[in-house]
Design a protein. Structure first.
Length: 100
C-alpha cells in the first residue's frame, strides 16, 4: 500500500521557488511543469518504496536525487513527509539547514 504524501510548508516553498526561478529564466512554464511532473512521479515511487532513498546523517531523514535536486523526506507507517527540496549544486551549508 502506498503512503500518503504530505508536503511541509517549507518544502512547498522550496519547490515553488525553484519552479518560479525556471519560469522567470526561461520565460515559459514548460520546463517548470516537466520538472514538477518528474518530482510527482518520483514521489509516487517513494510512496510505494520509502526505504529506497539514501539515509542522511540525520537518522530519520532520507534523500532522493531527482535530476539535479535533492528531495528530503521522512516517513511513518501511513505517511511520507516531504521536508525539503533543493538544487544539489547549492552551498553544502545551506543544504544542511534543510534537514536539521
Amino acid at each position: 500500500m502506498a503512503l500518503q504524501i504530505i508536503w511541509t510548508v517549507d518544502a512547498k516553498e522550496h519547490v515553488n521557488e525553484i519552479l518560479d526561478y525556471w519560469h522567470q529564466r526561461n520565460g515559459t512554464k514548460t520546463y517548470s511543469q516537466k520538472l514538477y511532473q518528474t518530482v510527482k512521479n518520483a514521489l509516487k515511487t517513494l510512496a510505494k518504496y520509502p526505504e529506497s532513498g539514501k539515509l542522511t546523517e540525520k537518522s530519520l531523514i532520507r534523500a532522493k536525487i531527482i535530476k539535479d535536486y535533492y528531495l528530503f523526506y521522512t516517513f511513518d507507517k501511513t505517511h511520507l513527509f516531504v521536508v525539503g527540496f533543493c538544487d544539489m549544486r547549492r552551498d553544502p551549508e545551506y543544504i544542511e539547514t534543510l534537514i536539521t
